[in-house]
Ligand binder design. Structure first.
Ligand code: NAD
Length: 260
């Protein structure tokens, strides 16, 4: 379905980004991976993905918290593959704290990675998409882009910002053959969530098991984690021609969390 297209997926050495990159490569897209990790493990991942899908896969280690590195990532993808047809702004980090104790450098880091990186990547990739008259921008927001939870002020603020950015961009490019949507997942058991369980347990004074059951999964009426493959399948759908009228949407995939 995506043969001849190129996808750049930020934060794709792990979790949701890796699942999205894998699914897009399976559909025939060339893929630029991005994200941190042990270089040997990343190379193994890259080569394995290429071998499993038959699509060309490269990796770029840009730190998307740095505007110049985001621009360089987009440029490198265009130079290596000829285009960025599909841009998935997915890289994300989290930090839990009461707002009046929130460390300022953590606040800034979350805004830079979660919100500002998407702006810089869209700004760099859009001219090429406009020239070609086709593009798909997918911003991985969160249920926290639509509703809030305590102790996550920086993340909730940034993810709400991502939904706003998505809507503005969608309106600006609506006639250019380019769609821009946000995916808003509920809890997905990735390293990002694993890393929060201990912190939430401490903040709520609960055991790990009780935290998963009573704090995390209590928000999701389905009472189960969303799987990364479910999010990847939605991303693939958004890249198809039948999704050309879906734009400016904040698509929940959250087990009913935001239906409450
Ligand atoms: P993850 O920790 O498994 O993966 C995060 C990826 O981002 C990794 O590849 C990491 O190397 C990369 N990354 C982090 N900082 C980076 C930086 N400065 N520059 C480049 N790459 C960087 O997390 P995940 O759960 O797969 O999260 C992916 C996205 O999904 C995030 O935006 C997250 O906020 C969002 N999300 C996750 C959940 C969930 O429950 N896991 C729910 C809703 C939204």
């Amino acid at each position: 379905m995506l043969k001849g297209k190129t996808a750049l997926v930020t934060g794709s050495t792990s979790g949701i980004g890796l699942a999205v990159a894998t699914a897009l490569a399976r559909e025939g897209a060339g893929v630029m991976l991005n994200g941190f990790g042990d270089p040997a493990a990343i190379e193994e991942l890259r080569a394995g993905l290429e071998a499993a899908t038959g699509s060309r896969v490269r990796h770029h280690a840009a730190d998307v918290a740095v505007a110049a590195e985001v621009a360089a990532l987009v440029r490198a993808t265009e130079e290596s593959f000829g285009a960025v047809d599909i841009l998935v702004n997915n890289a994300g980090i989290q930090f839990l704290s009461a707002v009046d104790e929130f460390p300022e450098e953590r606040w800034k880091a979350i805004q830079d990675v979660v919100l500002n990186a998407g702006f810089h990547a869209i700004k760099a990739a859009l001219p090429g998409m406009k020239r070609r008259g086709w593009g798909r921008i997918i911003n991985v927001s969160s249920a926290h882009g639509l509703v809030a939870s305590p102790f996550k002020s920086a993340y909730v603020a940034a993810k709400h910002g991502v939904v706003g950015l998505t809507r503005s961009v969608a309106l600006e490019v609506a006639e250019a053959g380019i769609t821009c949507n946000a995916i808003c997942p509920g809890y997905v058991r990735t390293p990002l969530v694993e890393g929060q369980i201990d912190g939430l347990a401490q903040l709520h004074g609960l055991s790990r098991e009780k935290t998963v059951r009573d704090v995390i999964l209590s928000t999701q009426p389905t009472r189960r984690f969303v799987e990364v493959e479910e999010i990847a399948a939605l991303a693939v759908y958004l890249c198809g021609e039948m999704a050309r009228s879906i734009t400016g949407a904040a698509l929940s995939i959250d087990g009913g969390w935001t239906a409450r």
